[in-house]
Design a protein. Structure first.
Length: 276
């Protein structure tokens, strides 16, 4: 059975980019007679606002979507800890006390998700009194897994290349898991067979495929859809104040009509979607 999911974080209201992602996941599951899941990713510390989860449900209902809800991330902390302990026992994690300024000062090269960590703390003793993140030793991990591949519905077969992101953080200084670790474990636990998300997360899939191999998790297919862009050609984002779905919903507008417009590759401002 095809199982997809929509996994928003309750640190801000949903915007049209979220709506498009949810519609893509919903429609792919529905077309295959499968399941569309809602998972609330609520472990972002004080930024998580529990009351927003109800707003998300109202938005999805307004768009005409139907879903099955699964456990939120806050109920899965033990699984993140267990996975981190497994990787640590394999000798694949190391503590890192570097700040963003430290990484910039080290002359880190640019990568698809920002500066690529240059390995400053790898193989070194760190001050235990300082807050530390736990990073994945990607080179060592690849000696265990060997070459890996993954498949995307739109881009086809891919050779996994997690080195492009460097030694990513799996356990954050302030949170029990990073997006890379939590999303990979959650998708496996929820039986997701088709991971649908925006093109901006395409590079992350290389790391997620590596984690699946290390932790012996099932391997789904992926579908990295186009992004909705604003008037400046940038993707819609909470931090840039993209208009919330709730504003349209509370104004009495018809959500199913908006959903149909998105399905026709036009979003409310009339700007066409980013290329696939």
């Amino acid at each position: 059975m095809v199982t997809t999911r929509f996994a928003p974080s309750p640190n801000g209201l949903l915007h049209w980019g979220h709506a498009y992602s949810a519609i893509v996941a919903h429609d792919l599951a529905q077309a295959a007679g499968g399941r569309f899941l809602l998972r609330i990713e609520d472990i972002d510390g004080p930024r998580s606002r529990p009351e927003l989860a109800d707003e998300f449900r109202r938005d999805l209902e307004w768009l005409g979507l139907e879903w099955d809800e699964v456990l939120p991330q806050s109920a899965r902390l033990a699984s993140y800890q267990h996975a981190a302990e497994q990787l640590a026992a394999m000798g694949l994690l190391y503590p890192c006390t570097c700040t963003r300024k430290d990484i910039e000062a080290a002359g880190a090269r640019p990568g698809p998700e920002g500066l690529v960590y240059p390995g400053t703390c790898k193989g070194k003793s760190v001050d235990p009194s300082l807050p530390a993140a736990m990073r994945l030793d990607v080179v060592k991990a690849l000696t265990i897994t060997g070459a890996l591949t993954w498949d995307d519905n739109l881009a086809g077969a891919q050779a996994a290349d997690p080195l492009t992101l460097g030694d990513v953080v799996l356990v954050r200084k302030d949170l029990p898991a990073s997006y890379h670790l939590a999303a990979t474990l959650d998708d496996a636990a929820d039986g997701v067979t088709l991971v649908t998300r925006g093109q901006d997360l395409f590079p992350a899939t290389h790391v997620h495929r590596l984690l699946q191999a290390l932790l012996r998790l099932p391997v789904p297919r992926w579908h990295h859809h186009a992004l909705l862009l604003d008037e400046a050609g940038q993707k819609l984002a909470k931090r840039r104040g993209s208009k919330a779905l709730a504003d349209h919903r509370k104004a009495g507008e018809n959500g199913t009509q908006w959903a149909d417009r998105l399905r026709m590759d036009q979003w409310p401002c009339g700007i066409s979607l980013g290329s696939t």
